[in-house]
Write a protein that binds this ligand. Structure first.
Ligand code: BG6
Length: 490
């Protein structure tokens, strides 16, 4: 077994244990890890929050959340029984140094690795780090997991990173981007680097362009206060979408280590060509949804959402054309689109291959001869290679057809559940494997590029373009790709 696959005994301290993320995602993920036998028998889970709860009330709340968010078939009393024994609750006022003594007292006499998960607003990170330090809880093997938003621009992200760095070395810091925990995103590494068929042709000689779509049907889910200051560029592109782009575009690392992978991703981020005020109108489109219907249900427009001030120029949709200025990707555009309240929930990466240099079939069939590799992340996970074959018949001559070679990950794995991203991420943080976490320099390089684009929008006075809820975004996003003689993969 590689060192990274050892499940160490940990004291997993969850700050913000009564919050929405903890209840909806983190406890269900921890429960699944327990149920799969992936938590060390001595691992303890310590919920930390400022709520006046007893240990019993806390355990009851966790049980209620599991019953709500874990599929009935995956919840069983036997597993719950064992899981509940791991749970502890500490009432801590995050800003009060004296309260942190409870954590050190709890950990006294145990050799468990302390893993702190900060499921709190970033405004509390400084206090939590400082108080953990003052209470003497931080050892060389102590870890800290932090969530987005890590800043709203380069400067504020540096501030957060500087604060954390005062108390933790980079090897102790685990920055979550939950897209990196998705099964297919991890599979991209296997697909690209374990298959010479794809690996050998993964460059500008063979690939015409790449499309990345992350479409959501949800709106802003009652988060106007947060979202209106952020918008889709900061909420989705700066982190999740650029991480996907890096996984597609990076060079093979010489070794499959955390820094090997992160060094390569960083090079991609640094090679992104800036989008500036001069070219932003042709390279990027912002949209905002208006009233419409998704899946047959009527939805209000963004400005009519709960909590709205009724006025906003915040984008809920972004489409853009990114270019990576290096040898592998010279002149290969990456078209990106992501939005809320779109027609269907779907995330996929499409690699569109170049056509043959000389075409010999019926010209009417020309549009059919494009090979595409479609890598689907959600709602289902799988890979499909679109290939061209001859239609079977005696009388149609060399009539062509485009067919898909499908690799459905769940096929042949019946009964094997696809783990949620947070399960993988928590497990790997407990194992001390940083490869699924984002390094400081990656976050900062990504902000640098996004800041420039956001500034370009501001400087050019760009107004969001309306699109009806339940559509594929503003018309401008179609023009963005069609101007280049290409079209979005449907
Ligand atoms: C979050 C964003 O990071 O990712 C949300 O803040 C978004 O706005 C969510 O809805 C999407 O995640 P997923 O896994 O459902 O695609």
């Amino acid at each position: 077994m590689s060192a990274q696959l050892i499940n160490h005994a940990c004291d997993f301290v969850l700050f913000g244990a009564r919050g929405d993320l903890a209840m909806r995602k983190l406890f269900p993920a921890l429960y699944q890890l327990h149920r799969a036998g992936l938590l060390h028998s001595d691992t303890r889970l310590i919920g930390v929050a400022r709520n006046e709860s007893t240990q019993e009330e806390f355990i009851e709340a966790v049980q209620a959340t599991l019953k709500r968010y874990v599929k009935p078939a995956e919840y069983d009393e036997g597993s719950w029984e064992g899981f509940s024994k791991r749970l502890h609750y500490l009432k801590v006022e995050m800003t009060k140094a004296a309260d942190y003594k409870q954590i050190t007292r709890f950990a006294e006499g145990s050799s468990n690795t302390l893993v702190n998960y900060l499921s709190t607003p970033p405004a509390l990170f400084a206090d939590i780090c400082k108080n953990l330090h003052l209470s003497g809880a931080i050892q060389p093997n102590t870890r800290i997991i932090i969530e987005k938003p890590i800043g709203h621009d380069l400067e504020s992200s540096k501030e957060i990173n500087d604060t954390v760095a005062q108390y933790f070395k980079e090897e102790q810091v685990y920055r979550i981007d939950h897209y990196l925990g998705k099964e297919t995103v991890q599979n991209l590494i296997a697909l690209r680097f374990a298959n010479n068929l794809f690996g050998s042709q993964w460059n500008q000689n063979y690939i015409d362009h790449v499309q990345i779509t992350v479409a959501e049907t949800v709106g802003i889910e009652g988060r106007w206060g947060y979202y209106d200051k952020v918008g889709q560029m900061r909420d989705m592109v700066q982190n999740h979408v650029l991480q996907l782009l890096c996984m597609v575009a990076m060079d093979p690392p010489s070794q499959l280590t955390a820094d090997g992978i992160r060094d390569e991703k960083l090079k991609v981020l640094r090679a992104l060509r800036p989008i500036t005020a001069e070219n932003v109108a042709r390279r990027a489109v912002r949209g905002q949804y208006t009233a419409g219907a998704v899946g047959g249900a009527a939805c209000p427009g963004y400005k009519e959402e709960e909590g709205s001030s009724g006025r906003s120029n915040t984008e809920t949709f972004v489409a853009l054309r990114a270019n990576i200025d290096n040898w592998r990707w010279a002149s290969v555009p990456f078209y990106i689109r992501t939005g809320k309240r779109m027609a269907t929930r779907m995330a996929e990466i499409v690699i569109v291959y170049k056509n043959q240099p000389h075409y010999i079939f019926d010209p009417k069939q020309k549009s059919m001869v494009t090979n595409k590799l479609i890598i689907r992340l959600q709602p289902d996970e799988g890979i499909r290679l679109q290939v061209v074959t001859k239609e079977q018949s005696l009388d149609k001559g060399m009539a062509l057809q485009s067919r898909g070679l499908n690799l459905n990950f769940s096929e042949g794995q019946e009964g094997v559940r696809t783990p949620e991203a947070y399960e993988r991420l928590i497990l790997e943080a407990m194992r001390g494997n940083q490869s699924l976490f984002v390094r400081r320099d990656e976050i900062e390089a990504s902000w640098r590029w996004c800041d420039e684009l956001i500034k370009a929008w501001d400087e050019s006075g760009d107004q969001v373009k309306p699109y009806p809820a339940g559509s594929w975004g503003p018309i401008g996003s179609i023009a963005l790709i069609e101007r280049d003689g290409r079209s979005w993969h449907e």
